[in-house]
Design a binder for this molecule. Structure first.
Ligand SMILES: *Cc1c(COP(=O)(O)O)cnc(C)c1O
Length: 339
């Protein structure tokens, strides 16, 4: 048995989820005739208090669509230096939208409204790119699953309003933040113009992300999704998994968070760690001391059938998820204590 802690994207659909997929009523979603997709989009739009939601094959495509919605070529997007849209979407912001990113030197992927203010280019100074969008991530991926302070988000929203900037949330793991901080989809829906969420991370679906926003923006989003090749046909099989996950797999995220904290404690006590970053949700990032090099350490773990990944700068990452059960957890804790 392989214990895979590389990401929460590695989960397999459960028997119950497969049942839901098998039962799905489907149609051609490009004609908006897939009733399961329609039901999922309606449900998620309603949860966020937005008028519309749109299903996407990936979180990357949902984010890339959002960037395109809010910008024109030549514009600039303000985001953190750790942002997924900057680091992990293949340069899509420039490829698809022709925009550059102004990177904020934040803390664990998060920054302040004051830092946003300072990053905005003056619109009447024609030498600099026009700032049109602020993008944040909650939870932060490269920031180790950190959760934003919602009050700071509201302050940033004010800055965006004052300067007529779009405000997009990459909520790939937003449900982890909501569960950890006892927050609601509604309050996030009110704060942002657009939000992308992933069904294929902590929620355990095989495929799928959703973008929410107001009617005008989302009408445009359908066109952009089509251009990017994301107009799908009988996609209701995927939406059925999403509907199942919204019902059954949100509350249990606390279990992933608890296991992540326990891994963090074991790592803090281990002889090979220099530092473990604070753990708020399901991501654990830690640094090795001189005892093992990164490659030696990864090899030691893989010899025990445990997979984790390196994040660069000597940092390693573990992510807990639906398929990481109690038995695997005890085995991993055992291995950590033995190395
Ligand atoms: C996983 C992830 C995405 C989307 O990734 P896809 O693999 O394209 O679904 C977007 N943002 C963050 C922060 C992520 O962790």
């Amino acid at each position: 048995m392989i214990i895979d802690l590389r990401s929460d994207t590695v989960t397999q659909p459960t028997t119950e989820m497969m049942e839901a997929i098998m039962q799905a009523k489907v149609g051609d979603d490009v004609y908006k005739e897939d009733e399961t997709i329609n039901a999922l989009e309606e449900k998620i739009a309603q949860q966020f208090g937005k008028s519309h939601a749109l299903f996407f094959p990936s979180g990357t495509m949902a984010n890339q669509t959002a960037i395109k919605l809010h910008t024109n070529p030549g514009d600039q997007v303000i985001c953190d230096k750790y942002a997924h849209i900057y680091n992990y979407e293949g340069g899509g912001a420039s490829f698809n939208s022709g925009v550059s990113c102004k990177l904020i030197d934040g803390h664990r992927g998060m920054f302040t409204a004051q830092q946003v203010l300072e990053a905005i280019n003056p619109p009447d100074f024609y030498h600099s790119p026009l700032t049109t969008l602020v993008e944040i991530e909650n939870t932060t991926n490269k920031g180790g699953g950190a959760c934003w302070d919602f009050n700071e988000i509201l302050k940033i929203k004010q800055v965006c309003n004052d300067h007529k900037l779009g405000f997009h949330l990459d909520g790939a793991r937003l449900w982890n933040a909501l569960v950890a901080k006892n927050e609601t989809t509604k309050q996030y829906g009110e704060a942002f113009d657009t939000i992308s969420v992933c069904l294929s991370k902590g929620l355990g679906c095989p495929i799928g992300s959703v973008l929410v926003g107001d009617e005008q923006m989302m009408q445009h989003a359908i066109r952009i999704r089509k251009i990017l090749g994301g107009g799908m046909r009988q996609a209701g099989f995927l939406a059925a998994a999403g509907l199942y996950a919204l019902e059954h797999n949100i509350d249990r995220l606390t279990e992933d968070h608890k296991k992540a904290k326990e891994l963090g404690i074991a790592l803090s006590n281990a002889s090979f760690t220099k530092k473990v970053e604070p753990i708020e949700t399901n991501i654990v990032i830690f640094e090795l001391n001189k005892k093992y090099t990164e490659n030696t350490f990864l090899k030691l773990l893989s010899d025990k059938n445990i997979k984790i990944i390196g994040m660069g700068s000597n940092k390693l990452r573990l992510v807990t998820h639906l398929d990481y059960d109690d038995y695997q957890h005890f085995k991993v804790l055992d291995v950590i204590n033995s190395l």
